[in-house]
Ligand binder design. Structure first.
Ligand code: KG4
Ligand code: ZN
Length: 343
């Protein structure tokens, strides 16, 4: 019988995440988060206006052991060999040098603790973050993954059964937030800054374009970014709050419309959000309203579970351990890893 909800099994797993600019570790067990520690590198990259890969790797290397130690301590793991079923780590997609730090640490712990190691797909982690919520998503679910590197609509028919319904043909949604924030002088990362500033502006003052794409459920965000640039060039006295609010409304409008139309077309029972942009307050609100109107249940993880974290990696690992077993310890990172999509 097909699963009715996306859930997480009982295994106790240490999850490690180091694919981009967060060093994170978490212990989950019995389908619940026992600890989650996230060391953000934002202060290091802010001065450069974006993530500098070399600096990211060095910082991961510096903080990864204290981060893992804190996650184990907070979860009450004093005897990892007997208390942990496995150690899981993101093996891709992401920055190769950054991924290698996490993978090397996970392999070393696996050897020291004599427990299995498993390499996890970061995007599958974002999908499984929703399964750790009090109300796991009903299946099939239409999952909108919106991060700094990806914008994808995925029809999740069951654990491991994913159909790619649409994706961005140019910039990822988070990338658009980051680039527009830079144009507005709001600094890095742009998403949270625009979210904050837009709350003070009028979203109807400036109407930015909602791009159409060849694929009905694909996305394009480079046009709206260029439209903001043109607007700023020809309006020297532009009100930053109104521009931010207008831009955010345009992006959220498209994300909500395409996701809900796709959910209806694919007979989804629920809509799920994941990835850093899912922390956006307008997106959360508008998606909830739209789903309520259509009678779709909705699962939006807490903001700290939407952005990169170790718990989501451990959750995806529990499913993979139960279905495929652990990885061969010789596995390597894959910066452009792709989920095994159904065709
Ligand atoms: O998933 P994530 O933490 O890392 C990646 O895997 O990329 O996503 C980071 C992205 C950044 O582009 C950041 O600007 C965006 O998520 N973001 C937001 C918000 N918080 C983070 N975008 C819009 N509104 C937010 N509140
Ligand atoms: Zn991510």
């Amino acid at each position: 019988m097909p699963a009715s909800h996306l859930t997480v099994g009982k295994l106790v797993v240490l999850g490690i995440e180091s694919s981009c600019d967060e060093t994170a570790a978490s212990v989950i067990g019995g389908g619940r988060i026992r600890s989650s520690v996230i060391a953000s590198q934002l202060d290091i990259h802010r001065a450069f206006g974006g993530v500098v890969p070399e600096l990211a790797s060095r910082e991961h290397e510096r903080v990864i052991i204290p981060t893992i130690r804190a996650a184990l301590d907070r979860a009450g793991i004093s005897d990892p060999t007997h208390q942990l079923d496995a150690v899981a780590v993101t093996r891709g997609p992401g920055l190769s040098g950054a991924l290698m730090v996490g993978v090397a640490a996970a392999k070393a712990l696996s050897m020291a603790y004599r427990i299995p190691v498993i390499g996890v797909d970061h995007m599958e982690g974002h999908i499984f973050a929703s399964a750790l919520e009090m109300e796991p998503p009903e299946l099939p679910a239409m999952v909108l993954l919106v991060s700094g590197g990806h914008t994808q609509l995925i029809d999740v028919q069951g654990p491991g059964r994913y159909r790619l319904v649409g994706q961005s043909v140019d910039d990822a949604a988070g990338e658009a937030f980051d680039k527009v924030a830079r144009l507005l002088g709001l600094g890095f990362p742009g998403g949270p800054a625009i979210d904050r500033v837009a709350a003070l502006g009028d979203p109807d003052k400036i109407r930015f374009p909602r791009a159409s794409t060849k694929g009905e459920f694909d996305f394009s965000f480079s046009g709206v970014k260029t439209a903001v640039l043109r607007y700023l060039e020809s309006n020297v006295d532009a009100v930053v709050e109104d521009v931010a609010a207008g831009f955010q409304a345009a992006v959220v409008d498209v994300l909500v419309r395409k996701t809900t139309v796709a959910a209806q077309r694919f007979d989804s029972r629920s809509v799920v959000l994941g990835g850093g942009v899912a922390a956006n307050s307008l997106l959360r609100k508008e998606m909830e309203v739209a789903c309520g109107r259509l009678g779709l249940s909705i699962n939006i993880p807490a903001p700290a579970s939407c952005t990169d974290n170790g718990a989501m990696i451990a959750a995806a690992a529990v499913f993979r351990l139960e279905t495929d077993g652990p990885s061969d310890p010789g596995f390597s990172v894959d910066p452009s890893l792709l989920l095994p999509y159904l065709t």
